[in-house]
Design a protein around this ligand. Structure first.
Ligand SMILES: [Zn+2]
Length: 327
């Protein structure tokens, strides 16, 4: 189990992928996790990959289910030739195709950018969401290396970019118990004050939903305790799988790595590789490990009820004194 983060990133980011055509990515994740102690994998009927890490009888509390999607907007073969799936339809795509930026891989075609990994930056065609997949794989391998005693789950889903189809199937057939909390692990354009390099973004919501308040509090409290820099923010430029899973009644939240050139659209609206910052990726892995290693009953501090009731007692005399003067 001596996979380094750069090697995992490279192996996943070089896989071509498209909505409904995630077989290369899924096979690579399975290869990376095969033989990993305490890890069991299975595929559901939709083709999502479900992973459970179980060492001993204790479990993370709540039991976390980390989820990333394996697809990225790309071309697939349709009845009339190539059809683009995912939201990136701009005229600049034609120019990019003419310039030879599109490369076919059997039944799919992707933008053809090399994977570039340095100590500070990671650039590839499909950071969204192969970075999320790599973060979860690395976290599981780290848990196994450290022999952490816990139970935690992970999901790698299909067809997110066309409306969370894999996540929807997963949520409708939820196999992880009612007390579990789904954490969408994504890459997203930083908006509303968030910046590249500012740390993982704890999402209070997305364009469609607001997320579980207590789970957001556990994430930010854990980050604070471990001195991991995070950005707590509403990311309403897009919607993530937490919205789909939450709609099925499962408590959900999301964390995103700040993403540059979202969906391969560059600053001049040219087709460009996506990129993320290495420190943001490492911080997210640290945050997931910390989440799993620490137990949180509620938000790890007093409940809102307790806090208000204490204030009520504390200010009882003022309440009485002021109230007397109302006529
Ligand atoms: Zn996307």
């Amino acid at each position: 189990m001596s996979h380094s983060l750069p090697s995992i990133l490279k192996r996943l980011l070089k896989q071509p992928t498209a909505p409904f055509h995630e077989y290369h990515v899924r096979a690579e994740i399975e290869a990376l996790l095969t033989g990993c102690p305490f890890v069991k994998m299975k595929r559901d009927k939709f083709g999502n990959l479900l992973v459970t890490y179980k060492n001993g009888t204790s479990r993370s509390k709540p039991t976390w289910v980390f989820g990333a999607h394996m697809d990225h907007p790309a071309f697939v073969q349709g009845d009339d030739g190539w059809q683009f799936l995912g939201s990136s339809l701009i005229p600049e795509m034609d120019a990019a195709i003419k310039a030879g930026l599109r490369k076919s891989h059997g039944e799919i075609a992707t933008w053809n950018f090399p994977v570039k990994i340095t100590g500070t930056r990671i650039e590839a065609t499909a950071c969204d969401d192969l970075i999320g997949c790599a973060v979860i794989v690395m976290t599981l391998l780290e848990l196994a290396r450290l022999e952490v005693k816990t139970t935690v789950h992970a999901t790698f889903t299909r067809a997110e970019e066309v409306g969370w189809l894999g996540a929807w199937h997963l949520a409708q057939n939820w196999p992880f118990g009612k007390d579990s909390v789904f954490v969408s692990i994504e890459t997203s354009r930083p908006v509303n004050g968030a910046v590249m390099g500012g740390g993982p973004m704890v999402r209070v919501g997305d364009r469609v939903s607001v997320f579980d308040s207590e789970a957001v509090a556990v994430l930010t409290t854990t980050a604070k305790e471990q001195a991991i820099r995070v950005q707590r923010v509403l990311l309403d430029a897009g919607a993530c799988e937490a919205t789909a899973v939450q709609a099925a009644g499962i408590r959900s939240v999301g964390i995103s790595v700040p993403l540059g050139n979202y969906h391969n659209i560059g600053a001049q609206r040219q087709i460009a590789p996506e990129y993320v910052m290495m420190d943001d990726v490492k911080a997210l892995i640290d945050l997931l490990k910390a989440l799993i290693a620490t137990k949180h009953d509620g938000i790890g501090e007093r409940t809102i009820r307790e806090r208000v009731e204490m204030r009520m007692v504390e200010h009882a005399a003022h309440f009485k004194a002021g109230t007397k003067l109302f006529s």
